[in-house]
Design a binder for this molecule. Sequence first.
Ligand SMILES: [Zn+2]
Length: 66
Amino acid sequence: MSEEILEEKETETETEEGPHWIHDVVEDTNYVTGFKVLPSCKCSECGYHANRPKVVCPVCGAKMHL
Ligand SMILES: [Zn+2]
């Protein structure tokens, strides 16, 4: 009978900050958070402004985390 060794794997928290869209926000007191998140956003890499998030930034080609 073989002994089972349980390896405890440390859960690595992925804190990789890849390219992403930064959504525009506007102040709106009707919201609990105090602001409303707009569908329009800006590329974190090149600053390109898009009307809505895309999978890949059309300007710098960064693959986005959606
Ligand atoms: Zn970009």
